[in-house]
Design a protein around this ligand. Sequence first.
Ligand SMILES: [Zn+2]
Length: 444
Amino acid sequence: MKIYNTLTNKLETFKPIHKNTVNMYVCGPTVYNYIQIGNARPVIFFDVVRRYFEHLGYTVNFVSNFTDIDDKIITKALEEEKTEMEIANQFIEAFHKDVERVGSSTKYLAPRVTEYMSSIIAYIERLVKKDFAYQIDGDVYFRVSKMKDYGILSGRNVEDLTSGARVEINDKKENPLDFTLWKKTDVGLKFPSPWGEGRPGWHTECVAMIEDIFGGPIDIHGGGADLMFPHHENEIAQNHALNHNFVANYWMHNGFLNINDQKMSKSEGNYIFVKDLDVDYMGFRLFTLSTYYRSPINFTDALLENYITEWQKLKRTYTQAFYKLDLAEQLDESVLPIEAVETIKTNFMAAMDNDFNTANAITELQNIAKYTNQKIRQKDQYSELLAAVKTFETFFAILGLDPKTSRMSKAIKSMYYEWADARKNKEYDKADRLREALSQKGIL
Ligand SMILES: [Zn+2]
């Protein structure tokens, strides 16, 4: 199993810290609005990472947080005359709905920042004690100049960053690159701390929660490429200062999702919420996974439409194959290894082992569909069809594609036999009518 590690910029063999266990953390949303389709990319991709590790027999401890206190939440709460908690709860519920829509699991640990306040404050206190942080007027900042290798993740260096930094209005800081660990606030929800009332900085939240939950460095830290700088860089700086590690042994970043070759942004007016997509979301999942996760995706309506059609085709092939098995008399249910199917399986696993290359894995999904279509048309290919159906099911489970179909019911089976009899007895009107009904159910 190889993973492209953004910390070292190398493809590396995966070695877990604890045997047979994967501890992973993916940065979650700040809950003040619905998520847009670009935010769905890590939601889908890292769910597949979890599924694949589980398929390989690992126990995966998957954690993804909710930032439930933030200026944006406070602003929204004031606008809507609600409390920050009401806003956060509303959009946490909406997030879970969207996660389910796109076929990802919501059964993971989702810590909320407001529940980890004492750990976060203790983390900042340790940084202050070690002189890596300083307090001014109730704010606490990280002292970037004390970190020799600041910029290690994003490949930026302090000189370039300093010359590129805009002149700051905030002249309290020793250095414009110093980032906020604790922010004194007058408006909205605030928490008591040794530096007065306020709330934590975003970069400290994730890293303090990781330490609290996992008790040390983890295997994988994931998120969108837009989080690499400054968010993840600053997570690493703090943890390196305190604990001399890089938070995670493997850092994974997914590429952007653009719309019609433009970056998705509110100002461009091309913002699409997941909930508003209103399509077959499995088609959207297939579309998202059809590009290698590190490459950018360019979203267009036409492209999505193609993938929705492709998904329907895959689903139809799979369903027809198992219906054919359902109708077979005295079927031997033992699955025999079929050479052509084994080759497709091997190629699928090789693609997944090569840094979760779902694009190549989906090519193999299409290959199993091609093979299945051939076997559906041929006579007495039950062993082949059975092997193909089982392979379909493995691929679907790993990719999180749910065909939402079930085996043929008794009623459908008798309708099928009625159609076969009508055809045999040359009752053409009846046969046509039944054929139409069966075809609508995807059986013929
Ligand atoms: Zn984070």
